[in-house]
Design a protein around this ligand. Structure first.
Ligand code: PLP
Length: 434
């Protein structure tokens, strides 16, 4: 690495916050010079195979010619115009596509700039739905423990109450209602009693509940837990029974990651409000969307105005919408189902040996998500160094070492990742100081 870059890194360390880090005691960050396909090239020339898809998002890998072209083409027309009083083709085409590929009831789209904001908008829709109909009592949400819905205050308030910064922001976060986390698939076949706590919380509080918010089939950043389709079906049924709206947050699970285009398809249910983000642009730009149905629109209009109170500056950014359109075309024209199935199969076979390690509690795989849960938290600094030395990019959190590669990964590349996981965890087994 040249000395200029060293200086830049020093500046980074001193002045720039990275996600969830301290300024005075920063964690190591690696400078990436470029990325191509599933490979990240560091400033010193080292190459790492990407097992993270840059947090669920880079489905097609990096530096994809079709996605690059979409951005170039759009930038020659306009990179941005305000969405108040103006509209444009990229946004209209994207809304059309999203309405086509999601459940039939979802016919209305609100674009925003990040997943967290899409969740804020979903919460606003749900509250406005009841308030506009004169029901101001319904001002709480019901969710489940171990969820993650973003870092803004609306989303944080429904994140897991133990791990989700509730203590830090005690007294400021809105008070919502939490049911037990859904039983994990690993606990065995579905039992009706698994929904009991949720049912009790809903039946006791439904007069105050505007909506249920949940991540369908997989709880993501809150613990990478997979749960039964029956749970989600029961949630839908109970929402209908007690007349509360259902918000599904597909920001992490959407666009094929769990084996179906959207995870809710596996439970054959519909959302009243659906949040999309992360992989929406194939990992190129920040963009999110909140979709809803005629019922919610009608409810919001009951006050005689029906104005949804949100409007970000960069709403429906044309560059982001264009690259989202190109990414969706690329995905839907690709054999993504076969690819995800292939990744799933390979992860199941190649992560299996981890089960014999002392430090490993459970191995679970769903779609293009592979998780090795450890008995104890893993030192992120140490593991990042180990994985980097093994030529792969993985960033564990807590007790979880996980892989969610771009769908285009080849089997020998994926093998390098699973071998690295086994190798590093084996080291952990033999290293008692850690
Ligand atoms: C990542 C995530 C969010 C927040 O999205 P950002 O783009 O990081 O704001 C919300 N919900 C779920 C399920 C997520 O995985």
């Amino acid at each position: 690495m040249n000395s200029d870059f060293d200086e830049l890194l020093q500046f980074d360390k001193k002045h720039i916050w990275h996600p969830y880090t301290s300024m005075s005691n920063p964690t190591t960050v690696l400078p990436v010079a470029s990325a191509q396909g599933v490979t990240l090239t560091l400033a010193d020339g080292r190459e790492l195979i990407d097992g993270m898809s840059s947090w669920w998002s880079a489905l097609h890998g990096y530096n994809h010619p079709q996605l690059n072209q979409a951005l170039i083409n759009q930038s020659k027309k306009m990179s941005h115009v305000m969405f108040g009083g103006l509209t444009h083709e990229p946004a209209i085409l994207l809304a059309k596509k999203l309405i086509t590929i999601t459940s039939d009831n979802l016919q209305h789209v609100f674009f925003s700039d990040s997943g967290s904001v899409a969740v804020e908008v979903a919460i606003k829709m749900a509250l406005q739905y009841w308030f506009a109909q004169g029901d101001s009592q319904k001002n709480q949400l019901l969710t489940v423990n171990k969820g993650y819905f973003g870092d803004t205050f609306g989303g944080m308030a429904v994140c897991d109450p133990v791990n989700g910064m509730h203590e830090m922001f005690n007294g400021v976060l809105a008070q919502h209602i939490f049911a037990d986390a859904p039983a994990s698939i690993g606990e065995g076949a579905w039992k009706d009693e698994y929904i009991d706590d949720f049912k009790t919380k809903l039946s006791e509080n439904h007069q105050n509940i505007a909506a249920v918010i949940i991540e369908p089939m997989v709880q993501n950043a809150g613990g990478l837990r997979f749960y039964h389709a029956e749970y989600l079906q029961a949630v839908r049924q109970l929402c209908d029974e007690y007349n509360v709206l259902l918000i599904l947050d597909e920001i992490a699970t959407g666009f094929g990651r769990t084996g179906s285009l959207f995870a809710y398809e596996q439970a054959d249910i519909e959302a009243d409000i659906l949040c999309l983000g992360k992989a929406l642009t194939g990992g190129y730009m920040t963009l999110a969307a909140t979709l809803t149905c005629a019922k919610v629109v009608k409810g919001i209009e009951a006050d005689g105005k029906g104005i949804l109170m949100h409007g970000p500056t960069f709403m429906a950014n044309p560059l982001a919408c264009s690259v989202a359109n190109a990414s969706l075309d690329l995905l839907l024209d690709s054999p993504w189902e076969r690819r995800v199935e292939g990744i799933e199969k390979q992860l199941k076979i190649e992560l299996e040996p981890c089960k014999t390690l002392k430090c490993v509690k459970e191995v679970r795989v769903k779609g293009a998500i592979g998780v090795v849960e450890l008995n104890q938290s893993i030192d992120v600094e140490w593991s990042q160094k180990q994985f980097t030395q093994a030529g792969v990019w993985l960033r564990p959190f807590g007790k979880l070492v996980y892989v969610m590669p771009p769908f285009i990964i080849k089997s020998d590349e994926l093998k390098k990742i699973t071998e690295a996981i086994y190798f590093v965890l084996q080291k952990l087994d033999h290293n008692t100081e850690l």
